[in-house]
Design a protein around this ligand. Structure first.
Ligand code: SF4
Ligand code: SF4
Ligand code: SF4
Ligand code: FES
Length: 686
């Protein structure tokens, strides 16, 4: 460790590593220096002069954000001269800033408003007419009100550096400088809203949130995004049982403040007008709305009748339902329905990886490891579009720690821009390309290998053999798709030996009941012959999907934002879902299954359908899930442990296939998000 530097800030003796800025040194010591353009993790702009401080022996005030600490330095942050400078800077910033706080979306959360209250002048000396520029809409998501902009360049930097997109820039000079989008009058970008979130004032505002409410009128519920497997925490702003916005400004959770368009804006599927609000039962060939008791009786009577004569059941679960729901479903199938015909849409070969690493500790990378390990190898995945948070982590690792990133993909990807090596490999040739990197990878001090569905079965074992032969610490991430794809595998939504897998169930000649909880398997087989046995089909879903349309009983299910429970992300990190709102007429899948069990008279065999009680059972029964509860209670992520012992594998890796949804698509759910459907990038974006 290099020698620490001793300095004094506001009379307090402080030690800091060489190269630390005065603003950071002050922050670590609990002294706040006001700033606008400075932003942790981004390059310095030195644009606002708000962070001016007095430094002994220096002739004028210095910007604390650009000044490195020096031995014996004496800094003062609260002198009359500093106060006067701050007041002047604010007066200057407000010289053209409209005083429209009462109608500005940022009101109550605006850094300029806060600073003006604390350090500003009571009145302005400017009497000149302000330069007015009409508000612009850069995209359905991003609006820009130029006069409010204080030209801190945070938006430009987060888009360029954080997102690796570079869609925002500055045009003109001086007083008429203006933030501008990359396509002249509009943006073509990730539509992530990171620029809006980071804007200290109300210059960039969100098309989804603007003019809806005030921050203090909402409750803020931290839960987990229901879209991809990365498991970002999203804090939903809720007013009158309505979700108004999503962000993660408190930086709690594994993703800090990162969210992609789905986690930040695409919650709007939840109140889509086509949302199912009552159970449906097929009567004379048509689905009709019925009461919950009628629907439960219909399904329970059929289940009991088929069960009573040992008829054949098939059960298909979901990549989006909670661990508790998946666990209860497989228990229901195996213990009550007596079937091992249970499966889900498998999106990555997690099982083979866990089996290949059996008994080895510390081999599974966390999302944090992608930010801090010295080297990362990405195989067969376009991370920026398909695994946005993982991509963000790796990019930040490169920017902050100069991590070496190696890429082996069929097409060019965003990671190529900064990769130490970017190789193109046709499907099936990935491991050969990886082998060509052996020499360089061996020279790395450590490595995280991230692979997509191009590698499965024996290829995963070959990859692990390769990794373990490098002679350096290697960790792995098996990419999967949905918010709980990993949990679906871990909870056992996989067929028993010799039992029917998902496609077998759809084609079976003798299946009597098919129970589909939160999935839409018929969407991918539309037009193809389904099971000639025409099983009694029971479906839980939010919408009347292709599968629900074919059903005999449909239960309207609650979404992830309407229930409690846990989910497991792509890196095996378990986090809590917290109920933010209720949707009229729906119930969580767990409750539906519990009520069905009660109606069938088998509830006692399955135990209470209470998420916490089931999670306690999961912690005891599911290998690796004995995670520390306090971490979850505090809103954190607890990684599941490595598995010790062999895992059952069904030996059909060909059934594993990612949907390769990108930033703007999301299977069935994405069809019902107005935001995802409104952006131009949906029709093509790289
Ligand atoms: S929405 Fe995201 S990608 Fe688009 S300009 Fe803003 S920061 Fe850049
Ligand atoms: S739009 Fe906001 S973030 Fe961008 S330069 Fe202006 S004030 Fe800063
Ligand atoms: S990266 Fe995935 S988990 Fe994170 S906000 Fe986007 S869709 Fe949600
Ligand atoms: S924060 Fe230092 S110049 Fe803006």
């Amino acid at each position: 460790m290099p020698d620490l530097i001793n300095l004094t800030i506001d009379g307090r003796a402080i030690q800091a590593a060489p190269g630390t800025s005065v603003i950071d040194a002050a922050k670590y010591a609990g002294i706040e220096v006001p700033a606008f353009c400075y932003y942790e993790g981004l390059t310095l702009a030195a644009a606002c002069r708000m962070c001016l401080v007095e430094v002994e022996k220096m002739p004028k005030l210095m910007t604390a954000c650009t000044l490195p600490v020096g031995e014996g330095m004496v800094v003062r942050t609260e002198t009359p001269q500093v106060a006067e400078a701050r007041k002047s800077m604010l007066e200057f910033l407000l010289s053209n800033h409209p005083l429209d706080c009462p109608v500005c979306d940022k009101g109550g959360e605006c850094e300029l408003q806060d600073m003006t209250f604390r350090y500003g002048a009571g009145e302005s000396r400017f009497t000149e007419t302000k330069i007015h520029v009409d508000e612009k809409q850069f995209s359905p998501v991003v609006f820009f009100d130029n006069p409010r902009c204080i030209l801190c360049y945070r938006c430009v930097r987060i888009c360029n550096e954080g997102m690796g997109v570079g869609a925002l820039g500055v045009i003109n000079r001086g007083a008429i400088s203006e933030i501008a989008p990359n396509k002249g009058d509009h943006l073509e970008c990730d539509e992530c809203g990171m620029c809006i979130d980071i804007c200290p004032v109300g210059a960039l505002t969100s098309g989804i949130y603007r003019y809806h409410t005030r921050p203090w009128e909402m409750q803020h519920v931290g839960t987990i995004c229901t879209y991809c497997s990365n498991g970002c925490k999203t804090t939903l702003g809720v007013r009158n049982d309505e979700i108004i916005r999503g962000n993660n400004r408190d930086r709690s959770g594994i993703n800090g403040e990162f969210l992609c368009i789905k986690g930040r804006y695409a919650f709007d599927f939840y109140n889509h007008p086509e949302r199912l609000q009552a159970p449906l039962v097929r009567v004379n060939g048509k689905l009709e709305e019925v009461s919950w008791s009628k629907a439960l009786q219909t399904a329970a009577a059929k289940f009991n009748e088929v069960r009573g004569r040992n008829g054949k059941f098939g059960v298909i679960g979901s990549n989006h339902t909670s661990n508790e729901e998946n666990y209860y479903l497989q228990k229901f199938a195996r213990q009550v329905l007596g079937t091992g015909n249970i499966d889900h849409h498998r999106t990555g070969d997690v099982r083979t990886l866990l089996d290949a690493l059996s008994g080895k500790m510390g081999k599974l990378a966390t999302t944090a490891d992608l930010y801090r390990k010295k080297a990362v190898l990405v195989i067969g995945a376009d991370l920026a579009l398909e695994q946005p948070f993982l991509s963000f982590q790796i990019r930040a690792n490169y920017r902050h720690h100069q991590a070496r990133v190696y890429v082996v993909t069929p097409e060019p990807v965003r990671e190529d821009k900064y990769a130490a090596a970017g190789l193109r490999a046709a499907p099936g040739a990935e491991l050969t390309a990886v082998e060509s990197l052996r020499g360089r990878l061996r020279a790395e001090p450590e490595l995280v290998i991230v692979y997509g569905d191009v590698l499965k079965g024996e290829d995963v074992r070959r990859l692990v053999d390769f990794g373990e032969s490098l002679g350096i610490p290697v960790q792995y991430v098996c990419l999967v798709d949905g918010s709980n794809s990993r949990g679906a595998v871990d909870m056992g939504l996989l067929p028993d030996a010799g039992a029917l897998a998902l496609p077998d169930m759809l084609a079976a000649k003798d299946l009597e009941v098919l129970w589909v909880v939160g999935a839409n398997p018929y969407a991918s087989v539309v037009g193809q012959a389904l099971s000639p046995a025409n099983p009694f089909l029971v479906v839980h879903d939010l919408f009347l999907t292709e599968t629900a349309q074919a059903a005999d009983v449909v239960f309207p299910a609650a979404s992830a934002y309407e229930k409690n429970g846990t989910v497991t992300n792509v890196c095996g990190e378990v986090q809590r879902l917290r109920k933010a709102v209720g949707a009229m007429g729906t119930k969580p899948d767990l409750e539906i299954m519990g009520l069905l069990a009660r109606e069938m008279g088998v509830a006692a065999e399955l135990g209470p359908w209470i998420p916490d009680t089931i999670f306690a059972e999961i912690r005891k029964q599911v290998p690796g899930y004995d995670v520390p509860l306090p971490v979850l209670e505090m809103g954190g992520a607890a990684q599941t442990a490595a598995v010790n012992g062999r895992l059952p594998l069904d030996g059909r890796p060909e059934l594993i296939r990612s949907a390769h949804d990108n930033l703007f698509t999301a299977g069935t759910l994405g069809r019902y998000s107005k935001v995802l459907n409104s952006v131009v990038e949906r029709h093509g974006y790289r």
